[in-house]
Design a binder for this molecule. Structure first.
Ligand code: GLN
Length: 306
């Protein structure tokens, strides 16, 4: 099958490249609004070090919520069991930036991949690392083996200037006693790690540990253990696409994490890590064409976790 990946990625790109006008880029972060949405990148990374890519797979994009996977990984390294007293692992069925559930569930977010949950995870990192956003960046650089990956500070600042919702979420969590640090500091850290930018190729490489029992294949370093890796994948499958998680589990069926920059990281355990990117978002904030590319990839490879 692997020898068909070059053909399959090229085919998917060719089938979609003239049909990228669906959806629209996120505009609540002004710096993301002006991107050319007629772009699609696809990159597959396999444990033997091979990369198969097509389209704009080398163009850096804003990883946004995909950074929540790496933040959670760092938190897992420090305190896996105790985390679940502060955040749950249930799909939310609500928008990624919703406040409603948080009020009646007393400041305990549904899962680490909606904004409320990621803000609690970021708070955990703020209590444990001197420069928590840099710890996330360092982890990403190590995973992708690319020390040039960086934040886009314009995007971080642009989001911070419009972070009223995330600040409200952080203050509400604080009012329930579930935030250790200052809400503005936590949201600043959160927006900064969301503003990391990297290409599909780097992202596919960075995700490989999730397809390889927690171990970076190239260096043989374990980032988290096998058991935690399985659990992280389970949370990605059930909660990785906010209120579209059930639909995408049905249509694609792989653990994945989406971001409003238009990227999606998806994992086929024991096989591969794949990143697709296309900036036009559907009404739930997930990449319209990215989802279509993954649907096609699942169909053409027939790879499944089931
Ligand atoms: N930084 C973005 C936000 O908090 C991330 C959201 C996302 O990618 N879904 O709104």
């Amino acid at each position: 099958m692997q020898n068909l990946y070059p053909e399959i990625t090229a085919q998917i790109y060719n089938e979609l490249k003239d049909d990228l006008h669906h959806g629209k880029p996120a505009d609540y972060i002004p710096e993301l609004a002006n991107i050319n949405q007629h772009q699609l990148g696809i990159a597959i990374a396999t444990a033997d070090g091979k990369i198969y890519s097509a389209g704009q797979a080398n163009v850096p994009f804003s990883i946004q919520s995909i950074s929540k996977v790496f933040a959670l990984t760092l938190a897992f390294q420090r305190m896996e069991k105790a985390l679940w007293l502060r955040v749950r692992k249930e799909p939310s069925g609500n928008a990624f930036n919703s406040l409603v559930q948080l009020e009646y569930e007393k400041g305990i977010p549904r899962n680490p991949f909606i904004n409320a949950g990621a803000i609690v995870i970021t708070d955990v990192l703020c209590s444990r690392f001197v420069q928590p956003e840099f710890s996330v960046l360092q982890l990403v650089r190590k995973l992708a083996q690319n020390s040039e990956i960086d934040y886009n500070m314009k995007v971080a600042k642009s989001e911070l200037l419009h972070a009223h919702r995330n600040l409200s979420i952080a203050h509400l969590i604080k009012s329930f006693g579930n935030l250790e640090n200052d809400p503005s500091q936590v949201v600043k850290t959160y927006c900064t790690h969301c503003a990391i930018q990297m290409s599909c190729i780097d992202m596919a490489k960075a995700g490989l540990y999730l397809a390889n029992h927690g171990c970076i294949p190239a260096t043989k370093e374990y980032i988290i253990d096998d058991d935690s890796t399985k659990r992280l994948n389970a949370i990605m499958l059930t909660c990785g696409a906010y209120d579209a998680a059930g639909d995408l589990a049905y249509r694609i069926g792989w653990p994945l994490k989406t971001g409003v920059g238009g990227g999606i990281l998806a994992i086929v355990p024991n096989m591969l890590s794949v990143c697709v990117w296309s900036p036009g978002l559907d009404e739930l904030g997930n990449s319209y064409s990215g989802i279509r590319a993954l649907e096609k990839l699942r169909l053409y490879t027939n790879l499944s976790v089931f």
